[in-house]
Design a protein around this ligand. Structure first.
Ligand code: FEO
Length: 395
C-alpha cells in the first residue's frame, strides 16, 4: 500500500481522491471529481506534511499516515488557507500534537480565523526562508494571489520537487500519481486555470518568471496528478498567461422564441465564412467550465440575449457576470439580440462588464424577428470582427 503512494523515495502522496464530488465552492462543476493531495516528506531528522485535505475526507488522510507508520510529524506546511487543503489541519494536530503549522503570516491569520487553530501552533515563514528536515531542505516561495492573498509554494531543494498547492492543479479524480494521459490532464488543468486562476493571470506571470530560477524535476500540486515532466504544465501556463488572444469569438446566448437564435445562427456562419473560429454556448443548459475554458484564448465575446422585463435574460446576465469576474484576455465585445417592444438589455449588459478592458463593437439590437436590414447589420459586425482580429494579428 505505502509504496504505491510513493512519489519518489521518502515522499508519499497521502491525500484523498474525491470521485463523486460534482460541485466546488457550490459553484464550479467538477465533471471528473477531484483530489485533495497531501504529501508526506520524511527527512533524516524531521518529517513534514505538505497541505492536508478537505475536512470531509480527513479520516482518509489519517488512515494513510497510519498505514505508513507515521509516529510523529514536525511540520504541517499550509501553502494555502482554503479549507479543501487546510480543513483537516485541526484533525492532524489532534493526532500529532507535536506538529507546528508552517505558513505565511497572512495565512496564519486566516487559519486562526477560519479554523480556530491556536496561535502557539504556528511558525510563520518569509519569502525564500528555509526549514531543514536533516538531509532535505524546504524552501518557501511567497506567491500571493494564486488564488487567495496568503498563498505560497514549497520547494524541496535536494529533490527538486515543487509543491504549488492550487497552482498548476486540476480537478481530476485519478489513482495515477503522475500524469499518464496528457490530453485529459491538459483539459482539466485548463478548466482549473480558467475557473480559478485566470482572474490573477498577471500575478501568475510574475510567479512563472520567479520560478525560472528554480530547477524543477517534479511538480506535485494539491489537486490532480503530479507532473514528472513539468515542462508540460509550465509551457501550458505560459501560453495561457502570456500569449495574445486567438482568432476566436465566444458566443454565449439565450433565445426564448427563436429570434435571437436566428441572429446567432446567421452571425456564426458570417464569422466562420470570414475565417473566424466561433464557440457557441446555449446558456439554457451549460457547463460553465466549458465557457470559462473558451474564454482563455478568445479575442472577442458576442453576447446574445432576448429582452426579459426590460433587461437581459438572467442566464445571460450570469454569463456576463462570470466573464467579467474571470478577466480573460478579451479585446472586443458586442451584443446581439431581439426585443418585443423595448428595453435596456444592451445598456444593462454593457454596465455589467467593467473589468473587461474591451472595445465595444456596434451591438445589433432588433425588434422582433430579424429582417434583411438586420442580417446586413450582422454581416457588418462579422466583417468588423474579422478585420479587427486581422489588424491585431490574432491567429
Ligand atoms: Fe484547492 Fe483554493 O483551494
Amino acid at each position: 500500500m505505502a509504496n504505491s503512494r510513493q512519489l519518489s523515495p521518502g515522499i508519499f502522496s497521502v491525500g484523498a481522491i474525491d470521485w463523486d464530488r460534482r460541485l466546488f465552492d457550490a459553484l464550479i462543476p467538477l465533471p471528473d471529481g477531484t483530489s485533495y493531495n497531501s504529501y508526506l516528506i520524511k527527512g533524516r531528522e524531521k518529517t513534514a506534511l505538505i497541505d492536508t485535505v478537505d475536512p470531509a475526507m480527513g479520516d482518509v488522510l489519517i488512515r494513510h499516515l497510519s498505514q505508513l507508520g507515521v509516529k510523529s510529524i514536525d511540520y504541517v506546511v499550509a501553502n494555502h488557507a482554503e479549507q479543501d487543503h487546510s480543513g483537516a489541519i485541526p484533525l492532524v494536530l489532534e493526532k500529532y500534537p507535536e506538529a507546528k503549522v508552517v505558513c505565511t503570516p497572512k495565512c496564519k491569520d486566516m487559519l486562526i480565523d477560519l479554523l480556530m487553530i491556536p496561535e502557539e501552533k504556528f511558525i510563520t515563514v518569509n519569502d525564500k526562508e528555509t526549514i531543514s528536515l536533516g538531509d532535505r531542505t524546504l524552501e518557501f516561495i511567497h506567491a500571493p494571489w494564486v488564488h487567495w492573498p496568503e498563498t505560497m509554494l514549497t520547494y524541496l531543494r535536494e529533490d527538486k520537487v515543487l509543491f504549488p498547492c492550487d497552482l498548476f492543479g486540476s480537478h481530476l479524480a485519478t489513482t495515477d500519481l503522475y500524469v499518464t494521459d496528457e490530453e485529459q490532464v491538459y483539459e482539466a488543468a485548463k478548466r482549473y486555470y480558467a475557473e480559478i486562476m485566470m482572474p490573477f493571470h498577471t500575478n501568475i506571470q510574475n510567479h512563472l518568471e520567479k520560478l525560472k530560477g528554480y530547477e524543477i524535476d517534479i511538480i506535485a500540486p494539491s489537486h490532480g496528478p503530479a507532473y514528472d515532466k513539468p515542462s508540460f504544465i509550465l509551457e501550458s501556463y505560459r501560453s495561457w498567461v502570456f500569449d495574445p488572444p486567438k482568432n476566436i469569438v465566444v458566443l454565449p446566448y439565450i433565445s426564448m422564441h427563436g429570434s435571437t437564435r436566428k441572429m446567432v445562427e446567421y452571425l456564426v456562419e458570417a464569422l466562420s465564412e470570414r475565417g473566424v473560429t466561433v464557440k457557441q454556448f446555449n446558456l439554457t443548459n451549460i457547463d460553465i467550465g466549458k465557457l470559462a475554458i473558451a474564454l482563455v484564448d478568445a479575442a472577442t465575446i458576442v453576447i446574445g440575449t432576448p429582452t426579459v422585463l426590460v433587461g437581459p435574460h438572467p442566464n445571460v446576465a450570469y454569463a456576463a457576470f462570470l466573464a467579467n469576474a474571470l478577466r480573460p484576455k478579451l479585446q472586443f465585445v458586442s451584443i446581439i439580440g431581439s426585443y418585443g417592444w423595448g428595453g435596456k438589455a444592451v445598456e444593462q449588459l454593457q454596465g455589467m462588464i467593467p473589468n473587461l478592458k474591451v472595445e465595444v463593437l456596434q451591438p445589433v439590437s432588433i425588434k422582433g424577428f430579424p429582417k434583411e436590414a438586420d442580417f446586413q447589420a450582422l454581416d457588418n459586425l462579422a466583417e468588423l470582427v474579422a478585420r479587427k482580429h486581422k489588424e491585431h494579428g490574432f491567429a
